[in-house]
Write a protein that binds this ligand. Structure first.
Ligand SMILES: C[S@@+](CC[C@H](N)C(=O)[O-])C[C@H]1O[C@@H](n2cnc3c(N)ncnc32)[C@H](O)[C@@H]1O
Length: 834
């Protein structure tokens, strides 16, 4: 098919007709860049809080915005690049090299991002990612001025293309962040959104530049590349360099930002358990192959169609710019359509991918069978958008299969796919033009069909391997499903083992803080106040994700990252409270569990201090009954920033018990004092320390009482304990007792016990002789024997009566032998207050 062979040298290039319109081009780029930039900065600074839009959507829009700007800049120069490439000499392959040359800058930028992601802390990353965006906007202005000014040189244009690639690569840090904030089930959507925005930018760029930029055929000089052979060697070397850099980056650099290193260990363990290692490697590898082939073919089609239109059709640069711009903008529309289809659940990823592959194949066949220019453009219209969408599904799939602590972490997969993209651009663009030049339309069309067939094969293999992995996952989920009844699973897909639909808490909001998400007060909160009642859920100790719907915002909780091991095989996961961060100077405190059964329970979250709006609510994790290392949380170093920060937070079991109990005793009276102040009808009794008494843990989960028992064996007549009693009005019926339990020598556990009405009556005796409205009883806190029943012990008052409401001391003596750990009943003294 040598008849199709292109003779670039024989082309008659138009000379420069006029300079660009600087006055229009610069403000255009400034305005577009500024709008997108302002949006990005707003999202980055978290001042965009749109109710009804999940924060993960906001991040995905941010990623799309960044991609749009990068693509617009990249493609603004495309018509010029075609012109530039031809003046460089070296034939079709050389022109391809010019078009793909920003891949070199891209690779360097990607390496920079990946290193920065590792070296910087999360807060530094948040601050730093604004920089590439700002630099990019500046570059856009420079580009517009240069092109509009009239006579850019080859070197200037090449420099700009490489700089564009560099900044695009540096902007990868933003994509790392975006993908980190995107839950697994939204990764494909995030990728499609990003690549659609990218394609839209690629479409807008040539349209804008053909309208406002410099005219082509201007004063380029100094041909840079001499021959096709040299260009082929350089592009193969660039592709090889990309592969090597990917290998070094993913193997040598840990996956997480500086302080997040071990935090994700349990998550990694969970995901590793759900996804066989070999399968993961194969899935990621195949996704990358698919991804780079798709992008390679897409960029090759884009550049080759331009060549075809120019050489065969005699199209001018502006017409080519508009045509290709329209194809790329069409990609954005296809991407949006794909997203809409995915969101509506009409077809799944597999069906959508296969439809698009068939469309791409139809495009190649069209190229094979027809000769007109409109058919060539139509083929581009069919192939380019379809393959970009397949590529984005491939990248999303690879990220779904990521595992934080392995080589296949999200940042690593993004680096690998970006480098694969850069290498594919650098390699396939000249290759496509070269094959077209050598083999004509037919050869080129066969090449495309062959690559589409390889992509299809890769897709089949990926789906087979994923199917094997997901059957492993679903085994675990099925068990959970049976046990827990995973409501919401049907609508939300198999990603979630549970959906917690939580009403808004009046004074609290979830916001991004230095240690990830945190709870922040939105209104003043008084010391001791009950801020909210927090619910917790009992889950099996298996990996999985839970969807937390808080008002209209959705958060994803990871079972291993957001729950603690309650006992072997059972975990406890809170709802909004899962976002409470630790501080060594906490301002909230949890009361003991008030209620729980086999699936849920709740506890009170109280303020230890007056808390002003905007202050983060923090608890002291070392007051919880958990070993942070065992549950996979690592707070070393602690980032609470308080002046008394203990530096490393490991769990209460590492504290001397005496110190721990003293600290518990310090905080418990605070909510209690507030409660008593707010509710004068609640009576409080400090029973006092007693060496003779203990408390038995409830034998079954549903029992919430902690029965009082003998701490050791007592012979008949022995003194079991001395305690404090008080008189209360039976109609009020609220009694809170501080009942310290001895755990060792000088080691007391303060315990607040709330007596319900029936327990109150059992633990008190009627006081005779007081008239009026009040029906009064004396409260002892111990179970009294019912009338006619033999009591195991006897209560005697030992302190002088100072008034009928005064607290009085009593003594308990055993009547029979009482064994250690045994619950016992007492006989009440005869009470008469005149
Ligand atoms: C229960 S979660 C709290 C919510 C968490 N910030 C999030 O975004 O999901 C506990 C995790 O928060 C982080 N964290 C909380 N307080 C911290 C602190 N004082 N210093 C360092 N990391 C902290 C740790 O990564 C810890 O594993």
């Amino acid at each position: 098919m040598r008849a199709d062979r292109l003779d670039l040298d024989s082309l008659d290039h138009p000379g420069p007709e006029k300079g660009g319109n600087t006055a229009v081009a610069v403000p255009m780029v400034v305005i577009i860049s500024s709008v997108v930039l302002a949006f990005e900065v707003l999202v980055l600074m978290h001042s965009v809080t749109i109710r009804g839009v999940s924060s993960s959507w906001a991040y995905q829009l941010l990623g799309a915005g960044v991609a749009l700007v990068a693509a617009m800049q990249y493609s603004f120069v495309i018509p010029m690049s075609y012109d530039l490439s031809r003046s460089a000499g070296g034939g079709a392959a050389a022109s391809g090299f010019f078009i793909g040359s920003n891949g070199i800058g891209l690779m360097v930028g990607i390496c920079f991002s990946r290193l920065a992601w590792h070296v910087m802390s999360p807060s530094q990353i948040h601050a730093a990612i604004v920089l590439p965006v700002i630099a990019n906007a500046g570059l856009g202005v420079a580009l517009a001025s240069l092109l509009a000014s009239g006579t850019p040189t080859q070197l200037e244009l090449l420099g700009l293309r490489i700089a564009m690639g560099l900044f695009e690569g540096a902007g990868q840090m933003i994509h790392f962040l975006v993908r980190q904030k995107t839950p697994a089930h939204e990764q494909v959507r995030a990728a499609v959104l990003e690549y659609s925005a990218y394609a839209l930018g690629m479409g807008l760029g040539p349209l804008l530049s053909s309208k406002f930029g410099a005219e082509p055929g201007m004063g380029y000089n100094t041909p840079l590349l001499p021959s096709t052979a040299a260009v082929s060697a350089v592009s193969a070397a660039v592709a090889f360099l990309g592969v090597c850099m990917a290998a070094v980056l993913v193997l040598a650099i840990p996956s997480s930002p500086k302080d997040f290193g071990r935090e994700n260990a349990s998550e990694a363990g969970a995901q590793d358990a759900a996804f066989h290692r070999g399968n993961r490697a194969a899935v990621v590898f195949l996704c990358l192959v698919l991804f780079s082939l798709c992008f390679g073919v897409a960029s090759s089609v884009e550049a080759t169609t331009a060549l075809l239109l120019e050489v065969d059709g005699g199209w001018g640069y502006h017409a080519i710019g508009r045509g290709i711009g329209a194809v790329l903008a069409g990609t954005a529309v296809t991407g949006a359509g794909l997203m809409a289809i995915q969101e509506s659940g009409l077809v799944d990823d597999a069906v959508a991918t296969w439809i698009m592959l068939m469309v791409a194949a139809a495009g190649a066949v069209l190229l094979l069978r027809t000769h007109g220019m409109s058919a060539a453009l139509a083929a581009d219209f069919l192939i380019y958008p379809a393959l970009v969408c397949v590529a984005s599904v491939g990248e999303g799939t690879a990220i779904e299969a990521s595992s934080p602590m392995s080589v296949f972490s999200q940042p690593n997969i993004l680096v690998m796919s970006s480098l694969a993209d850069a290498a594919a651009r650098a390699f396939f663009t000249p290759l496509g033009r070269y094959i077209f030049d050598e083999g004509g339309r037919t050869g080129y069309a066969y090449m495309l069909l062959m690559i589409v067939a390889v992509i299809a094969l890769a897709d089949v293999l990926i789906r087979l391997l994923r199917g094997m992995a997901s059957s492993e996952i679903s085994y675990g989920y099925d068990k959970l499903h049976v046990k827990l009844g995973a409501q919401g699973q049907a609508e939300k897909g198999p990603d979630f083992i549970k959906v917690f639909d939580v009403p808004l808490i009046e004074k609290v909001e979830v916001r991004d803080k230095d240690c990830g998400k945190g709870l922040v007060a939105t209104q003043p909160i008084r010391q001791g106040e009950l801020i909210f009642r927090a619910k917790f859920h009992i889950l099996p100790d298996l990996p999985g994700k839970v969807l937390l719907q808080y008002g209209s915002v959705e958060y994803v909780l990871d079972v291993f990252g957001h729950s603690s091991l309650l006992r072997p095989n059972i975990r406890e996961m809170g709802e909004v409270d899962s976002f409470t961060n630790h501080s060594c100077e906490p301002n909230i405190f949890y009361t003991s569990t008030q209620f729980w059964n086999e699936s849920i329970g709740d506890y009170g979250v109280y303020a230890l201090k007056n808390i002003s709006p905007g202050t983060e609510l923090t608890a002291d994790y070392e007051l919880f009954d958990i070993d942070l290392q065992t549950v996979g949380m690592d707070l070393s170093p602690c980032k609470c920033g308080s002046s008394t920060c203990r530096g490393s937070i490991r769990g209460c079991k590492y504290w001397p018990l005496e110190v721990l109990l003293r600290r518990l005793a310090e905080v418990e009276p605070i909510p209690r004092a507030y409660l008593l102040e707010q509710h004068p009808t609640v009576q409080f009794l400090d029973f006092g320390k007693s060496t003779g008494l203990g408390a038995a843990a409830p034998s079954e989960l549903e029992k919430r009482r902690w029965p009082i028992t003998a701490a050791c064996d007592f012979e008949p007549g022995a003194v079991i304990c001395e305690g404090k009693s008080c008189v209360f009005d039976c109609h009020i019926c609220h009694m809170v007792v501080n009942f310290p339990v001895q755990l060792g020598p000088e080691c007391w556990l303060p315990r607040t016990v709330v007596f319900a009405k029936e327990d109150l009556l059992k633990a008190s005796a009627p006081v005779n002789g007081v008239g009026g409205q009040r029906e009064e009883r004396r409260f002892f806190g111990l179970d009294l024997a019912a009338n006619g029943q033999e009591a195991d012990a006897e209560i005697r008052m030992i302190s002088p009566t100072e008034g009928h409401e005064a607290t009085e001391t009593f003594q308990v003596r055993s009547r029979v032998q009482i064994r250690a750990g045994q619950a016992f009943t007492c006989s009440a003294p005869c009470l008469h207050i005149s």
